[in-house]
Structure formats: structure tokens, C-alpha cells
Write a protein that binds this ligand. Sequence first.
Ligand SMILES: C[S@@+](CC[C@H](N)C(=O)[O-])C[C@H]1O[C@@H](n2cnc3c(N)ncnc32)[C@H](O)[C@@H]1O
Length: 335
Amino acid sequence: MIDPASLAPAVAVAARAQPERLTNIEGWHEHIPFAFALIALARPSVLVELGTHKGDSFCAFCQAVAELGAGTRCFAVDTWQGDPHAGIYGEEVLAELRRHVEPRYARFATLMPMLFDEALARFADGSIDVLHIDGLHTEEAVRHDFETWLPKMSPCGVVLFHDTRVEREGFGVRKVWQEVAARYPNFEFFHGNGLGVLLVGATPPAALLEWCRAEAGAQETLRAVFRKFGERVRIGRHLELYQSANAELWKRTQQAEATLDGAVRQLADTQKQVGELCLQVGDARTEILRLGDLVAAWEQRAARAEAELAKVLSSRAWRATAPLRRVAAWLRRVA
Ligand SMILES: C[S@@+](CC[C@H](N)C(=O)[O-])C[C@H]1O[C@@H](n2cnc3c(N)ncnc32)[C@H](O)[C@@H]1O
């Protein structure tokens, strides 16, 4: 029979969990509330994570340690180069993770860029209270990680296996989990690709042992509760993403509206100028017509004068007075 009082504080901690780091590597997001509950229940002295990538799970442990004042020393081991399942990535991933971890958790958190096998020598046997195995997910790699690190576990040691529910080509966590679950008290979450909690120590944290030994109904309730907490984290993140996309869209719409307003104002100015030019063109046309009328009137007058001149030149009197005009011209020259 499970005593609700022994789990209630940890469940309350999980319910309040507000993870500060949620990257696009979402695989572990739904287990973050359990990370908080585990730190509250186990209050480990040393926690080691094998496989950290962008640090979503590791930073959740660190945040819980800081918020709960658990005093845990946390170690993250990873080559930070990737693997065939997580994908291969560059050194910027570790650099960015450092920028998150160092200002917040430098007092108790250490990032160890190396192979899991190389890190083994840095830990004494029996010194690790919580080990999170989340490296390469082949059956061979998971079995190797578990077997090589098992001697390092303390008497209250808890080992977490991520992806126990993944049945995909090349993934062997499920198989290894089934083997080890037959040997130690355990509990498995089915959501978030599955998370196995294995109590490998001789004196495991009492509340966790109680959890592992609870009857099926109580376990089912705990699974349902933590699935809901996990959903809240996942949905919360997506909501934030939508909200920031929405805010960005809103900003761009406002910029576009401002541009449009400017264009409409320019258009109005241009239309005003066109209107003024049209009036000027109209005035110019009227002036051209008036001048055209004047020119026509002058042309008529000129034509009339020419006709009159021709008439005079061809008249008999003009011809008769021609000698006189010649004498007058001679006199003008002589004078
Ligand atoms: C599934 S990811 C870890 C995910 C992470 N726990 C999270 O919360 O998102 C696996 C990581 O393990 C690392 N890895 C795999 N095998 C390794 C090995 N033998 N030694 C060191 N790192 C390894 C990879 O570089 C990769 O970053």
C-alpha cells in the first residue's frame, strides 16, 4: 500500500516545475516534472548524465537542485559531437550550453566533453546516486553503458533509462530495460518515449521504493499524473512558440501597415500633384487655342493685305505711274 503523504511533496514540486531551458530537442521535455520529483525524493549527492546534447534533461536536474537546495553535484558527460541517433552536430552546441549553465549552476554543475568510457575513471566506485543513461540507443551501447557504470552506483543508486518505449530499427533500450527490470525494483513511465527508473542500490530512497512496490492501480494513477504534468510542459512550450510567432507576425503586420500608410500618403500627394498638373495643362491648352485663333485672324488679315497689294500692283494706274516712280527713285539716289 502506497502512503500518499510520502509522495505528496514530490508530486507538488513536479506540479510546480517551470523549466527554464526547453530547446528544440524535445525528447525529454515530458519527463522534466519527474526530474524535479526525483531530486526532491532522492536528494542525491552526485548525479551523472550520460548523453546531454543541448542539455534539456541536464538543465532540468540542475534547476531542480538549485530550486530545492539539494546540494547535488551534477556532471554531464557527452562528446558533444552527436551520434547516429541524435545526429552529428558542431561545437556551437556545447558553447551555447555553457552560456546557459555557467552563470546559473557553475557552483555545482560540470560539463565533461569526453567519451563515457573516458569519464569512468573520474568517478569512484559507489559514488553516484543518480545516473541518467541517454547516450547512443543501440542495445549494445545501452547495455555497455549500464554495465560499465553500475559499479559506480552508491547504495541508494537510481539509474534512469530514456526511450524504453521506442520500438524503432536500431533502438535497443527497451530490450535492455526488460532485462534489468527483471533484476531490480523499478518503475516505468510510458509517455515521452518511456523512462525507466531502476533502483540498483541496496538501500534505495524509501519513497521511490514504495513507488516501485505500489499496487498496479496506484502506479497507474502516478503514471497518469506525471503524463499530465509532462503534457503541460510540452503544450506550454508550444504555446510560447505560437505566442512568440504571433507577436513576430503582429510586429511585421504593423510594419507593413506603416509602409502601406506611407505609400497611401505618397499616392495622395502624387494624385494632388497630378491634379495640379492637369489644371496647368488645361490652362495651357486654352492659351494654345486662344493663340491659335489669334494666328488664324492674323493670317486672314495678311491674306487680305496680300490680295489688296496684288490688286494694286496689277492695276492700270500703278503701271501708268511706273516712270514717275523710277524718276522718284533716281532723284532719291542723286540726292
Ligand atoms: C539522445 S542525446 C541526449 C539527449 C539529452 N539527454 C536531452 O535531454 O535532450 C545523446 C547524446 O549522447 C552523446 N553520446 C552518445 N554516445 C556517446 C559516448 N559513447 N560518449 C559520449 N557521448 C556520447 C551524443 O553526442 C548525444 O549528444
